[in-house]
Design a protein around this ligand. Structure first.
Ligand code: CU
Length: 144
């Protein structure tokens, strides 16, 4: 008889401990067990370091500026990228900007702070011509 009650107590204790373990020590709901997925932005790592954002792009390709004529607003930045095997420059005919020679896959950015029409050439190949037309955006620009 005594032996049997020992077993009962032991079983009851085991059940109690199990219940305590299930409900007392395991408050986590299944949702919190789902770990958030960590994704590493690989594109940031492979992109060439360029902090300056361009509003427009001009590609230098086959001894041409593409697009040849570009219209932007005052304060916007244009990125000129040379994809030719030859070096090229982006040189304003009025002397207001000059990229100097850009090698293959080299890029140069310029921010246009004045409205107007700016023809430019490649100083190495003067037959290469382009134009950037800069207009003031909604007349908000009052800078001098
Ligand atoms: Cu050139």
């Amino acid at each position: 008889m005594k032996y049997r009650s020992y077993i009962l107590v032991a079983v009851a204790s085991a059940v109690l401990v199990t219940l305590l373990h299930l409900y007392g020590c395991n408050p986590k709901s299944p949702q919190t067990l789902n770990q958030p997925k960590v994704t590493i932005n690989q594109s940031l790592a492979t992109e060439k370091v360029s902090t300056q954002k361009a509003n427009a792009n001009v590609k230098i390709h086959n001894f041409k500026f593409e697009p040849t004529t570009l219209k932007i607003n005052v304060g916007e930045t244009v990125k000129f990228a040379n994809s030719d095997e030859e070096p090229h420059t982006v040189t304003a005919t009025d002397g207001s900007f000059d990229s100097k020679a850009l090698d293959t896959e080299e890029a140069w950015t310029h921010t246009f702070t004045k409205s107007g029409t700016f023809p430019y050439i490649c100083a190495i190949h003067p037959f290469m011509k382009g134009t950037v037309t800069v207009t003031s955006a909604g007349g908000n620009e009052r800078k001098k």
